[in-house]
Design a protein around this ligand. Sequence first.
Ligand code: ADP
Ligand code: TRP
Length: 327
Amino acid sequence: MSKNKRVLSGMQPSGKPHLGNYLGAMKPHIELQENHECFYFLANYHALTTVRDKDKLAEMTTGLALDYLALGLDPEKTAFFRQSDIPEVTELTWIISTVTPFGLLERAHAWKDSIAKGTKNPTVGLFSYPVLMAADILIYDSELVPVGRDQKQHIEIARDIATTFNHTYGETFIVPEDLIKKEVETILGTDGIHKMSKSYSNTVEIFAPEEDLRKQVMSMVTDPARVRRDDPGNPDVCNVFTLHKIFNSEKNIAEINKNCRNASLGCVDCKKQILESIMEELKAARKKRIELENNLDYIEEVLRRGATRAREVATKTLDRVRNSVGL
Ligand code: ADP
Ligand code: TRP
């Protein structure tokens, strides 16, 4: 059976995966394997913009591979590889950078945010991050790119670059589309204010030891207006309730909604319930990850096979591009 569409996504090995990564990216990635031809990779070239320790980078790269495989990434169905095993992508980055307007990158939110945060000595790599990301997408002839909401602008940049290139040199690239799951496009962090992110230290880490995970969940901010246990709560402004809506059945959600509003359910118990649902959801993956940790040769073998498959596609696209531009 031929699969529907070519799907591609990547994730940086730059920290421990959290519920935002899981719901916004990793879980949808795994679901898409069933009906699509998927390419997923560990974005270690991108991670170099923030990680400056070679042992740590290697460790986090293997760690992220374990995370994905534990969550159900199936290497028989999906090409799973390290970004840096396909160095052709860096050549493509250079070529497309010559049609990328400087102003387009200056307007990128991620760049503007990092300047606003006062990043000392921002690098060229950080500035041109979206060009490498565009090359990742275009080199595999990707049609759909599943990501969380915060990556949408980067995909728009990839679309702009592909369109400009095609206009300049003739049809060479497929213009990709983002795929963002509405209900989980931005998961808020434990502070209830910012998006859950490694850079805000407001995460619930999906593979953390149970006790740490419990502490992270119990620290979640709920309805700020509910000060005392017998105050009625407002689930509409509570991030714990948002998670209940994702993890729980219709019946339980209605029950929690009612019992929060009439103050028969307190925030501590409500959080205990969501913790249970999260643990239940992740139980099999957490167990599988421990098993896989003892089989690192297998991980290497999977990544090597994935790279062989990815490279077949990448070299063909790069030949086409070289031909289009006259190299
Ligand atoms: P972080 O912000 O923690 O560094 P990344 O930028 O590495 O996360 O994101 C990896 C993937 O997870 C991307 O597809 C991103 O859109 C998605 N993602 C990250 N945080 C969230 C969130 N809070 N809600 C939904 N998706 C998210
Ligand atoms: N920038 C993405 C992130 O931080 C990771 C990434 C790199 C990516 N290249 C990509 C995502 C290509 C999708 C497609 O999450």
